[in-house]
Unconditional design. Sequence first.
Length: 435
Amino acid sequence: MSLLKQKIKDRTVTLGVVGLGYVGLPLAVEKAKAGFSVIGFDIQEEKVNMVNLGHNYIGDVVNHDLEAIVKSGRLKATMDFAAVASCDCVCIAVPTPLDEHQQPDISYVRSSAESIMPFMHKDMLIVLESTTYPGTTEELLRPILEKSGLVCGVDFFLAFSPERVDPGNAVYKTRNTPKVVGGLTPECTDIAATLYEAVLEAPVHRVSCPAVAEMEKILENTYRNVNIGLINELAILCDRMGINIWEVIDAAKSKPYGFQAFYPGPGLGGHCIPLDPYYLSWKAREFGFHTSMIESSMIINDRMPEYCCQRAMRVLNDQKKALNGAKVLVLGVAYKQDIDDYRESPALRVIEGLQGYGAQVTYFDPYVPRFRHEGHVMEGIPALTPDVLAACDLVMVTAAHTNVDYEMVAEHAPLVFDTKNAMKNVTRRENIRLL
């Protein structure tokens, strides 16, 4: 057994986590809770200071857990990458967004590797968790890290293990979600798997190489993208045919095999599902291949915010009102229900679209009192009241938060366009229109 593997089993290693966001902070907390000494790295001074004060800023982290492990000394944060020298294992969990041309922006991964490289030492494990295209670990990370003079698979170990974070999921958190691990060599895989087995209360699935693990992550989210694209297209068709798509889905769900329910909406949001297919289609072109089905679903999902704006126009038009000049209240800007995460939220594009048509747009979200988008800050209304609702021409539901009084919305709003079927249990329905 290698020395590093034994130290992991003995919990005498120091673990580093680069990136203290929605993926990195929960991972760092779980590692510390498992008895490891953890150093968190981030380039944002505000996050570093908050962690060191034990102040939580991520919904999936329990406030008491963070406070307790910081006080115990098992977790500290820093902006100084020189502290990598004291780490035995470092996980990279930084953003991998798209650039202005809808192509992968792996600059955060590259800069993280370049910041780690000068402080690497022998018998060290580096794991990339950031979602990316197949080949990133071997083609990008390995050459940068080997500039240290250390040889991968001989002097240090390198693996990819995709993050599986579902913000707001009440059942599956970092600790109990199965993990996939693929290393550049069998020993790399074994040591990385040993680390996750020591931290998590979930199975660790080993694959033959990083590219398989990278593609597996892309498959997870592309699967959702394609199926949501299918249901969004059917929603548009059902609207033209005068059929309730939500009733259709409920009927299809009655089949106990061969069907999984997906639901339409104003578009896709979050840190993975809207982005991963772009990574795959971009990489596929390197091999002269076009992912036609995937790209079609991307086109459908990408047009849903504009389609919802046009539907809002029609909903108002049916009441002999124009969208231009109408007072529209957007209800929910988070990308999914009951969370404060608005990354890539389609509601932001819906707001832009409504404003582009001349609507006077306000919004309410109990989890997101204000947001920044494209350099602009928008403040939400402080409370949802009967008077606020009555003063609107249209309320547009774009996130199905469960702590909103939808009965009150239906009672006082003159007109409601519900893109999420959030009001399915409301009894008064004459003023409700569904996507």
